[in-house]
Design a protein around this ligand. Structure first.
Ligand code: ADP
Ligand code: MG
Length: 758
């Protein structure tokens, strides 16, 4: 008898050639095929009659092809199809429908699914660009007809061209399910299913593909039926179970138990420049409690821009240093590393202890790098601040106790920190360092808890006192004059401003600014809104113009050009600085320092200043071409101001045509300053893949679950996984446990490919 892990080529109706196509879609086994669920359903139980349709609803209609024609219009050819039912008829139209001409012939039965629109020419209705399917006619076998009409019909995304579209899948899956009847093993414990009122696996699979008569259509379309929920839960449960087990294993490893004596507390008190907020106290408490514990800390510190993460991390590092260990801080860019270095040095100057702080970035000259490496190796450097270079430059720490890493570095990096241990003369191993990961991206809490399930999470959910809200405005380019006047006024009052551009240099190089000190992929570039004038050429050859349109970006303002223009024009007389990723590192450092010391009034920059730059006296953030930036980016940029007590402003200027999505982002920025709210929205607009930057986030590759849609199931799965690990309960049989374990292994190996967090 065939089983679920049968290679897909043996499945009836597949064969080796099709199997190759399926492999491209990651479908290799019978099971994979079964977990390729319909993306929607059509109610063909009682097909709708044309006289009962209502304008505005989504409906599926089955009728007979009466006639069709291709209308050549100036814009696009329109394919028109008349679908009849008895004396009634309805028109369906497809724009750019030339490809449909030879699909239909009169007398065929078709099912169309789409939005019902009023028709101006007849008293009937029409549908524009409906989904359609040509149904089997009476000459086809009864089975085919049974699968296509008179039921709730599943509609699938094609697995490879027209041949492997819905109709093919219905047949193959139908037979597969028949063949597997009674042979699909349950992988979740019976008691859990009963408690959660979820159907068993076989029932769930049968019913998501072929829903029983009368299943509510809206629940089906939303993947909210019990069989759907069961499959989603199954997938998320194994994700969470794996994460839970990882955390448990981490708790069993042995790390350093740091002590927090009065001496340590005193060392912190000496340097702390202000009263920590309640949230800072709480999160530091959580961190320190981990550090005191015997197992290595793996904690995520999450906090919105400006919430004061740095000082929390610094206190943790002081704990490590006072215990005689080295601490390392890894920043995502050189500018940031430098800034942290300068800030830490300034802060620790006040201390009566003589801490030695060392900077290590890729662009330092060999001499200085060598010196730094030596200090680190001999344990003379207490605090090491750097970029990715910390890993790349083969640094060997003498006694590394705590690593603070920026989120962008998390994946793959932590493993390598283990290699940075200096070999001991006596051959013993240094204990594993504690790790604190910081993220400036507010991640909706459920997601953070689930995706970073192998980390403990601390949330800084309070801004330091004395902040006034930032006033955010959208301003069209035409009013640039007012904007520059405003900047002048602010500068006159002793304030400073940032002006940010999407590119470094105009048409010569309009790649978006890339982070220059590591290999993190840049945030996804905006789909470039086209500013093609509706001239003759464009109308005649829309495609041509789209593809070869060098002028589309010509209007893009760049940091270098605008620095020059502003300096000699609207901002003449003010002290301007220029900062971007292609500058020499020394120049960057000098510029940054001068801006920090107030010797530069206006910093013209690219997104290199996006993360972490901290100059409290800067009160104006101007973003040109704001429509080109992502929501997270805009939020981070805005976070550069409003860091002191003075009133701050964020001005979002838009030049080009603004796409609908960009419009949504900009109005969200104006509406709210809450990073979590914006993150939530960003997540919804872009989907988790892009939100986290797919690859680097090591996001699991789900078959049925969707992290946005299925958030509640995710929480349930998390809860159940924790419960199961703590105590599976007496009613779970050994056989069930074994199956569960096997399933877990497969799920983690094959599907999620989650990167080890170390
Ligand atoms: P984040 O890294 O979370 O974006 P920072 O650590 O850079 O935020 O802190 C933002 C600003 O707030 C800095 O200027 C910092 O000195 C200041 N700050 C942090 N905590 C406090 C506090 N408890 N009271 C006053 N100012 C604070
Ligand atoms: Mg510890």
């Amino acid at each position: 008898m065939p089983g679920l892990d049968e290679e897909v080529k043996w499945v009836r109706g597949v064969g080796p050639r099709v199997a190759e196509l399926l492999a491209q879609k990651n479908i290799r086994t019978a099971e994979d095929l079964l977990y390729h669920l319909p993306f929607r359903y059509e109610d063909r139980q009682n097909p709708r009659s044309l006289d009962e349709l209502k304008v505005g609803e989504m409906a599926s209609v089955i009728g007979e092809v009466r006639g069709f024609s291709l209308l050549k219009t100036r814009k696009a050819p329109i394919f028109e199809l008349t679908v009849g039912q008895g004396r009634l008829a309805m028109k369906c139209m497809w724009f750019h429908g030339g490809y449909l001409e030879d699909k239909f012939h009169a007398g065929q039965t078709v099912a169309v699914f789409g939005k019902v629109e009023p028709s101006r020419t007849t008293s009937s209705f029409k549908m524009i660009n409906p989904q359609f399917e040509i149904l089997p006619d009476a000459s086809e076998d009864a089975e085919t007809r049974m699968l296509e009409v008179g039921r709730i019909t599943p509609v699938y995304e094609s697995l490879g061209g027209a041949r492997l579209a819905s109709r093919w899948q219905r047949k193959v899956i139908f037979h597969l399910l028949e063949g597997l009847r009674g042979a699909i093993p349950e992988c979740l414990p019976r008691t859990m299913l009963d408690r959660l009122a979820l159907p068993d696996r076989e029932t769930a699979l049968c019913q998501v593909h072929f829903p029983p008569e009368g299943t509510p259509m809206d629940a089906l379309q939303a993947w909210a039926t019990p069989p759907h929920r069961r499959l989603i839960f199954e997938e998320l449960f194994f994700l969470e179970l794996g994460l839970e087990l990882k955390r448990r294993r981490m708790r069993e490893r042995s790390g350093i138990s740091f002590a927090t004596t009065d001496k340590v507390r005193e060392a912190i008190r000496e340097v702390l420049p202000f009263h920590p907020t309640k949230a800072q106290k709480r999160t530091l408490g959580e961190i320190v409690s981990d550090m005191r514990g015997p197992s290595p800390m793996r904690r995520l510190l999450q906090g919105d821009v400006g919430s004061g993460k740095t000082i929390v991390a610094l206190q943790a590092m002081l704990v490590a240093m006072e215990n005689g260990y080295q601490a390392a801080l890894m920043a995502p860019t050189e500018i940031l590393a430098t800034q942290h270095f300068l800030a830490a040095r300034k802060l620790l100057e006040k201390s009566s202890r003589k801490y030695r702080i060392v900077l290590l970035t890729g662009s330092l000259d060999e001499e200085r790098k060598r010196t730094s490496r030596g200090l680190i190796n001999r344990g003379e450097a207490h605090l090491v601040i750097g970029t990715h270079a910390l890993i790349e430059e083969k640094v060997e720490f003498d006694r590394l106790g705590l690593v603070v890493v920026d989120e962008q570095h998390r994946f793959g990096v932590l493993q390598r920190f283990k290699l940075m241990k200096k070999p001991r003369p006596d051959g013993t191993e240094m204990a594993e360092p504690d790790v604190l990961v910081m993220t400036a991206t507010p991640i909706p809490r459920t997601l953070a808890l689930s995706l970073y399930g192998d980390l403990d999470v601390s949330v800084l959910d309070e801004l330091p006192p004395g902040r006034t809200p930032i006033l955010t405005r959208r301003v069209p380019d035409e009013r640039a004059g007012d904007v520059w006047d405003f900047v002048r006024k602010q500068v006159k009052q002793g304030r400073q401003a940032y002006v940010v551009y999407p590119v470094i240099e105009g048409s010569k190089d309009d790649r978006p600014e890339l982070d220059f000190s590591n290999d993190t992929p840049a945030p996804p570039a905006e789909p470039t809104p086209k500013t093609v004038r509706k001239g003759k050429t464009a109308a005649l050859f829309p495609k041509l113009v789209k593809e070869a349109n060098p002028s589309a970006k010509a209007g893009l303002k760049s940091a270098i050009e605008m620095h020059e223009k502003l300096r000699t024009g609207p901002l003449a007389g003010l002290r301007l600085g220029l900062l971007h990723g292609r500058l020499d590192p020394d120049d960057k450092e000098v510029t940054m320092r001068r801006f920090q010391r107030g010797e530069i009034d206006v910093l013209v920059a690219t997104t290199v200043i996006e993360v972490g730059v901290d100059v409290p006296n800067a009160t104006v953030m101007i973003v040109e071409h704001a429509e080109r930036f992502g929501l997270a980016q805009l939020h981070q940029l805005r976070g550069r101001v409003g860091r002191g007590a003075a009133k701050s402003y964020c001005i979002l200027m838009t030049g080009e045509r603004v796409s609908e999505q960009a419009e949504e982002r900009l109005s969200a920025m104006v509406r709210t300053q809450d990073g979590f709210e914006l993150a939530e929205l960003d997540l919804q607009m872009r989907g988790p893949g892009e939100f986290f930057g797919t690859r680097q986030a090591g996001l699991p590759d789900f078959r049925v679950a969707n992290l946005i849609r299925d958030r509640q199931v995710l929480e349930l799965a998390k809860h159940e996984a924790a419960r199961f690990v703590a105590d599976p309960g007496p009613d779970v049989s050994d056989a069930e446990r074994t199956r569960l374990r096997e399933r877990l292994k497969i799920a983690w190996q094959r599907r999620y490919g989650l990167v080890e967090a170390g």
